[in-house]
Design a protein around this ligand. Structure first.
Ligand code: GN1
Ligand code: MG
Length: 364
């Protein structure tokens, strides 16, 4: 049973005092619970409950986030840029802590809200997607000299696609929600791609792809876009910043951004992989991060796109079989609809594979 969220208790741990005008649910994340706190002086804060089912060590997440945001802020400030817009700023409790643990043991944090910005579920133009690509590309280059060995692995094997395949097999064996018969076609779809799952992890094991500090959850909605200028202002949702492959970040952005419909669009005739959006993102990402990438990293970017899409499709499918215990859902078939949507995109990527390869190879 889900506990009641003690958001008022959490808010009271912060120096808002009697200035609070409203606390309302905010954003569309699938994992954490997010609230916007508006104060009398117009100041806005983001209050978040960290999902303790998904994140077993929220204190380690906060240690990562403090380290990363300070590191980026120092670079932005040295460059004369406003770090309170360019990166997240964690607000301390009245006791001077970086997070608050409520009376039921749940973890909370507060960051400054970055005003006059929007998080889009999917890009509404090539230009917007290109800008998000540049934002994630420069996020990765800004962290290129971050001491990676100090980062906690917040979710082990997060983008280990063969391990995600194994988790799907486990969900099939358990059939915990009794939904197995409904998903025969989807299971076949994943099984037919079992060998593909290992491509990136094998190259990593052979030392042919380097480990970097990556964001790992680079969907369009994790970049804030300025409402006035249309520029990408800030990369958010730093819970999964961990050592990873460039192809993870690039690939997850493509799966979420180079599509003509939202991740849970049910009408698959509206869901298409868009080569134009793919080109736009690639241009943005490689303009910011490309200089530091090896030839193998660049050549395997399309593999990242396909595998991140297949992987999250398998995760949605496994969660459907497990009874929707991981991702937030709005209706019973939600996870299955998401899985079908993502598998449909995988299929379209496979059809346009030669064109995708040609785009990235033009950067070599
Ligand atoms: C989750 O937290 P949120 O909604 O940004 C998930 C990602 C998935 C994404 C699919 C920690 O991201 O891995 O790609 O949903 N995050 C975690 O929309 O599992
Ligand atoms: Mg997230």
């Amino acid at each position: 049973m889900k506990k009641d969220l003690l958001y008022s208790e959490a808010a009271a741990a912060y120096p808002f005092g009697s200035r609070v005008v409203s606390i309302e649910p905010y954003g569309g994340g699938h994992i954490n619970d997010t609230f916007l706190v508006v104060c009398t002086d117009g100041e806005e804060y983001v209050l978040q409950h960290i999902n303790s089912y998904v994140f077993k060590h929220p204190d380690e997440i906060m240690e990562n986030i403090m380290g990363i945001t300070k590191f980026i802020a120092d670079k932005l400030n040295a460059n004369g840029e406003d770090s309170t817009r360019g990166t997240l700023t964690v607000v301390q409790t009245t006791d001077g802590a970086d997070f608050y643990v409520d009376t039921t043991g749940e973890f909370w944090r507060v960051t400054l809200n970055i005003s006059n910005t929007t998080a889009y579920d999917f890009a509404d133009s090539e230009n917007m997607l290109m800008k998000s690509g540049a934002a994630f590309g420069s996020f990765q280059s800004m962290l290129a000299d971050y001491p990676a060995e100090t980062l906690h692995e917040t979710i082990p094997h997060f983008h280990d696609t063969p391990d995600r395949y194994r988790q799907l097999e486990e969900a099939i064996r358990n059939n915990a929600a009794g939904r197995l018969e409904e998903v025969t076609a989807e299971i076949e779809f994943a099984k037919a791609r079992k060998a593909d799952c290992a491509i990136l992890m094998d190259l990593l094991a052979k030392g042919e792809l380097p480990l970097k500090v990556t964001h790992n959850d680079t969907k369009m909605s994790n970049v804030l876009i300025d409402n006035t200028t249309g520029d990408a202002v800030c990369v958010i949702d730093l819970d999964t910043v961990m050592p990873g492959l460039t192809a993870f970040d690039y690939g997850d952005s493509i799966r979420a951004g180079a599509t003509t419909a939202a991740e849970d669009e049910v009408d698959l005739t509206k869901v298409h992989f868009s080569l134009d959006l793919f080109k736009a993102y690639t241009e943005g990402f490689l303009s910011a991060a490309g200089g530091a990438l090896t030839e193998t990293e660049i050549r395997t970017l399309p593999v990242g796109a396909k595998l991140m899409t297949l992987e999250v499709g398998m995760r949605f499918l496994a969660d459907y079989l497990n009874g929707d215990v991981y991702f937030k859902t709005k209706y019973p078939q939600h996870n299955l609809d998401r899985a079908r949507n993502q598998f449909h995109l995988v299929e379209e990527m496979e059809q346009q594979w030669a064109d995708m390869m040609a785009v990235v190879e033009s950067y070599l």
